[in-house]
Design a protein around this ligand. Structure first.
Ligand SMILES: *[C@@H]1O[C@H](CO)[C@@H](O)[C@H](O)[C@H]1NC(C)=O
Ligand SMILES: *[C@@H]1O[C@H](CO)[C@@H](O)[C@H](O)[C@H]1NC(C)=O
Ligand SMILES: *[C@@H]1O[C@H](CO)[C@@H](O)[C@H](O)[C@H]1NC(C)=O
Ligand SMILES: *[C@@H]1O[C@H](CO)[C@@H](O)[C@H](O)[C@H]1NC(C)=O
Ligand SMILES: *[C@@H]1O[C@H](CO)[C@@H](O)[C@H](O)[C@H]1NC(C)=O
Ligand SMILES: *[C@@H]1O[C@H](CO)[C@@H](O)[C@H](O)[C@H]1NC(C)=O
Length: 382
């Protein structure tokens, strides 16, 4: 798996905790009184929204075929806020009304489908279904979840085309679809500024993304992980357009080919860059040395050649550099001195251990040189 940065995991956990705390509190204690009334009653456990949520959650329970941890065993009775994994809070548009704000069934190993009635959870902001065995697809009715901020359905058995309604959810910021069996095109709108997701995890599905439209580089997300996905084409120079926002880019094993465009150096906020296990050729651009926030760089398992730029090894925060399994022919000593963790095996670097055979390196030298065009794609000789 890609080094999905611990930072993202951490911030996600923190957010999760914060959100949960906010949600749990109204269930346990009395909500903040809107006016200094002498006797503040807890929010009523009966209202239309909770009634709708009851219908949704009962339908969901019926669509579940296996629940090995009995997480939904207590999903009985009309007061859904007491159900395991269901979190209630005052409705954002009406502080006097209790509503379902979150559902968290992470690591439940629950099998079943997600029923159409799910859309009745109209006020839900957070859905965490990580590591279950939900199959089928996400119901269209989820388009009603206008407050949905964080959707994590990773590590399930969901399939079919990308659920197109996701691109019109106005509050969605965090979308995690990884480790499912979705297929087909990942729509350009996922990276669009209208949706403006903050984190996109789509790795380990059967999506394909066409880089030729450069739609990906339109994104304002801080985290984009598309590992083990089919990205057709070359990295476009517009990659530099994500400079203001991008912190982590993982394109491991995505079939990207041709050269790394020098514009990548504009990504000065990027901390994690993983372009490993692709078909990248040409040299590692000097400009990578401008990426001053870079902590982890992995360009291993490509066909890169030339010398590893000294500026890269002198990056102040770089702590893990992988250039293994390429055809680099030189590595400045600064790489050995400055970078705490590095892997330079299987290249053609003189006097370094575990390199390719002399014959292999000579054979590579005799291949026709690669010419990179301005669009990052290889320029074919006339
Ligand atoms: C779930 O409930 C069933 C039936 O009541 C019981 O046999 C099983 O041990 C329970 N499993 C867990 C993990 O609590
Ligand atoms: C919810 O659960 C609490 C604690 O078990 C219980 O006291 C309360 O009566 C329940 N609320 C409703 C409306 O069932
Ligand atoms: C994307 O996948 C679909 C079906 O899986 C295929 O028909 C299409 O040609 C693919 N597009 C690209 C750009 O690879
Ligand atoms: C990039 O975003 C702009 C503005 O939102 C939009 O007009 C354009 O079509 C997008 N480009 C692609 C390739 O998606
Ligand atoms: C690379 O991604 C493809 C899907 O695009 C997948 O079938 C393959 O197993 C992946 N390879 C590795 C080494 O994970
Ligand atoms: C360093 O990077 C490599 C390749 O990305 C990864 O396999 C390894 O786990 C990383 N090591 C640490 C300590 O982060």
């Amino acid at each position: 798996m890609a080094p999905l940065s611990s930072e993202v995991q951490r911030s996600k956990r923190t957010l999760h905790l914060l959100v949960l705390l906010c949600f749990v509190v109204p269930c346990l204690t009395q909500p903040a009184a809107p006016s200094p009334a002498p006797t503040t009653l807890p929010l009523s456990p009966f209202n239309d929204r909770l009634d709708a949520a009851y219908i949704a959650l009962q339908a969901w329970k019926h669509a579940i075929t296996e629940d090995p941890k009995n997480l939904t065993a207590d999903w009985c009775g009309p007061f859904v806020c007491n159900y395991t994994g269901v979190y209630c809070a005052a409705a954002p548009d009406d502080p006097h009304v209790l509503t379902v704000a979150g559902v968290d069934l992470n690591h439940g190993r629950i099998a079943g489908e997600l029923p159409d009635h799910l859309g009745l959870l109209a006020d839900v902001a957070l859905i965490h279904l990580n590591s279950n065995r939900f199959c089928g697809t996400l119901p269209e009715s989820m388009a009603h979840m206008r407050l949905l901020f964080e959707l994590d359905v990773s590590n399930n058995l969901l399939s079919g085309a990308f659920p197109s309604f996701l691109t019109s959810l106005p509050s969605l910021k965090y979308l995690d679809l990884r480790f499912n069996a979705f297929d087909g095109e990942l729509p350009a709108a996922v990276f669009g500024r209208e949706l403006s997701l903050d984190a996109i995890f789509a790795n380990n599905n059967r999506f394909n993304v066409s880089l030729t439209t450069a739609s990906l580089t339109n994104s304002t997300a801080s985290v984009i992980v598309l590992a083990n996905t089919e990205l057709a084409g070359c990295l476009p120079p517009t990659i530099g357009d994500m400079a203001d926002t991008l912190v982590e880019l993982v394109l491991l094993n995505t079939s990207i080919s041709s050269c790394i465009p020098p514009e990548i150096g504009k990504l000065k906020k990027l901390k994690v860059l993983d372009l490993s296990r692709n078909e990248l050729a040409g040299e590692l651009p000097e400009s990578v040395g401008d990426m001053e926030s870079l902590e982890v760089l992995n360009v291993g398992h490509n066909m890169l050649s030339g010398v590893v730029p000294e500026t890269v090894c002198e990056l102040p925060r770089l702590r893990n550099l992988t250039v293994a399994d390429n055809y680099f022919c030189g590595e400045p000593v600064s790489c050995l001195h400055h970078v705490p963790l590095r892997d330079d095996r299987m290249n053609c670097i003189p006097e370094r251990p575990h390199q390719r055979s002399h014959e292999e390196c000579i054979a590579f030298e005799h291949r026709p040189p690669v010419h990179c065009a301005a669009d990052g794609c290889i320029l074919l000789p006339p």
